[in-house]
Design a protein around this ligand. Structure first.
Ligand code: ADP
Length: 542
């Protein structure tokens, strides 16, 4: 027997309709790419999103067609998201930090028909324009006054384009399983892979993110997503914030410490979200200028492990540091480190111990850890296993790739190695390909990196396994020091000594000018492994 409830498909555009109707005057503030701060509202975003739909519809864009955006976090970009999805087209967010050839590869793979771009990326697109024949026209997110001369096909300034629409347009209702958006994983190995979100998965994910122990923003809060809309489905914030009527502050192209600080401060931001590199820049700037952020309640940090020292810096500032783990394939939220009882009563180091884990999943994400044979291993906080997940907002396949990605029980292998304790708190110990295998035992590169960045002179640290004739692999610590400091290998080794098992201690330390990063801000271990391929550890000469 079926239930007797209404058939109300979970469609993304219903979120912005709700925001416009119930929170219509709530502000969305943008640092525009042209420079000035621009203020709009959810009601206006809704109205302009309808115009985007009307214009795309007029251009013959149909259900299932791909429309790409390559743009910063701005209100205009948000309008485009909802405008594209509202007609059942697929909003393909392209990461501009990828190499131009990778961008061309992705656009070709997705067969995008329209490309919506910020001014910043016009030169990049001009260079690859003849490699992306599927794109019929380019829309530049600016007005007539700022529109540059360009060779891009059928290029038009967004504001001029929108002027041709009157907004008298209605969004359609279709199956909630219809594809809504796509995002390619950066593919540090192999080709990038397209993750295809559905309307249903995005709406369910927004509800999950709204849980107070997840992102949990309210109508009275202000959220500044530093995490770009083009990174992992904007961590769901493009849906969760409007669904709650939360004020949004969009940082545009300026993500340096001073610019982010300025917006956090002037707009009295309560919640913000981004990767550790961004918070490192912010904290360094605030420390140097002796600044505070009295309104800030929560800093969500994910994408890479949030170092304990960073958690402490935010906690000392009176903000909550919410360490999150997830991935593009998971829409992306997987777990968040929130203090549930009895841990909410802990103080000092014991409290930091919990906050530094990657946390536990909200309802809607199931996880397990397995050995190499696929057998589950215990949740004892010690046993490492491959982390696998299932849920309604987790990928079951990649776009236009035939191979199976789920195990027999329907779980997706995240490629991460983790422990889970009896309370459900998960700790990522490594990417399965980064873990250091020393004499048959595993050493967590992440744990060593986190410890090393706790040293006051270290800005960033990376650990890789280097060949060792006796142990197979031993850890090499690569450090980037803070500006204008000097430091010796022994200073750092002494600092680490006693804080980890003896056999986890790095065999050597090298200092570099800069640690390389991927397009999504993660340490590029493949490049480091290449660079130190022939490195001989002390005492390891064959
Ligand atoms: P890509 O960088 O390939 O686009 P994602 O952004 O989807 O991929 O990254 C997902 C991966 O990032 C995870 O599988 C995990 O390895 C890493 N990651 C994300 N959050 C954390 C975290 N809090 N701690 C450690 N690793 C993390």
């Amino acid at each position: 027997m079926l239930g007797l409830m209404q058939d109300w498909p979970l469609l993304c555009h219903r979120i912005i309709e709700h925001a416009a109707r119930i929170h219509g005057n709530q502000e969305v503030v943008t640092r525009s790419v042209e420079g000035p701060i621009v203020r709009t509202t959810y009601a206006q975003i809704h109205q302009r999103a309808l115009k985007v739909s009307q214009m795309l519809d007029r251009a013959g864009i149909k259900l299932g067609d791909r429309v790409a955006t390559i743009a910063w976090n701005t209100a205009r970009h948000l309008e485009c998201w909802y405008g594209i999805m509202g007609i059942g087209a697929i909003c393909h967010t392209v990461n501009p930090r990828l190499f131009p050839d990778q961008i061309a590869w992705i656009v070709n793979h997705a067969q995008d028909r329209v490309m919506i771009t910020d001014l910043t990326f016009v030169p990049i697109l001009e260079k690859i324009a003849d490699q992306i024949p599927s794109v019929e026209r380019f829309i530049v997110l600016t007005d007539k006054e700022h529109m540059p001369p360009t060779t891009l096909k059928n290029a038009v300034a967004y504001e001029e384009w929108l002027k041709e629409a009157d907004g008298d347009f209605e969004w359609k209702t279709f199956d909630e399983n219809t594809a809504a958006a796509m995002c390619y994983t950066s593919g540090t190995t192999g080709d990038p892979k397209g993750v295809l979100y559905s309307h249903r998965s995005n709406v369910l994910h927004a509800l999950m993110a709204n849980n107070p122990d997840a992102l949990g923003t309210r109508a009275a809060d202000t959220m500044l997503p530093v995490v770009p809309l083009f990174h992992a489905n904007s961590w769901g914030i493009a849906f969760s914030a409007p669904s709650m009527g939360t004020k949004l502050v969009m940082p545009g192209a300026k993500l340096d410490g001073a610019s982010v600080y300025e917006l956090l401060s002037t707009e009295k931001v309560t919640h913000t979200a981004g990767v550790p590199t961004v918070w490192l820049m912010l904290l360094q700037y605030m420390q140097k200028e002796k600044l505070t952020l009295p309104h800030l309640k929560m800093v969500v940090c994910g994408g890479s492990a949030m170092p304990r020292s960073m958690i402490k810096a935010f906690v000392d500032m009176g903000a909550e540091a919410r360490h999150a783990w997830g991935m593009t394939e998971m829409s992306p939220l997987g777990t968040l480190a929130t203090l549930k009882p009895p841990f909410d009563q802990t103080t000092g180091d014991a409290r930091l111990d919990v906050l530094a884990t990657q946390g536990y999943p909200p309802f809607g994400v199931q996880m397990k850890i397995t050995d190499d044979a696929g057998k589950e291993v215990p949740w004892d906080g010690k046993t490492f296993g491959r982390l696998k997940v299932s849920g309604p907002a987790i990928a079951k396949n990649y776009y236009r790739v035939d191979s199976e990605i789920l195990d027999d029980a329907g779980f997706f292998d995240t490629g991460d190695v983790a422990t889970i304790d009896q309370d459900g708190y998960m700790r990522i110990t490594d990417r399965s390909k980064d873990v250091i295998k020393s004499g048959g035992e595993w050493i967590s590169s992440i744990d060593l990196e986190n410890l090393a960045v706790g040293h006051p002179k270290v800005a960033e640290a990376a650990v890789i396994g280097v060949y060792h004739p006796k142990w197979d692999e031993r850890p090499l610590l690569i450090c980037q020091l803070k500006p204008d400091v000097t430091c010796t290998r022994d200073e750092i080794l002494q600092y680490m000594d006693g804080k980890i098992a003896k056999w986890w201690m790095p065999d050597d330390i090298v200092f570099v000018e800069a640690i390389p990063h991927t397009a999504t801000g993660k340490i590029l271990k493949t490049a480091l492994r290449d660079q130190f391929k022939t490195y001989t550890l002390p005492g390891a000469a064959a």
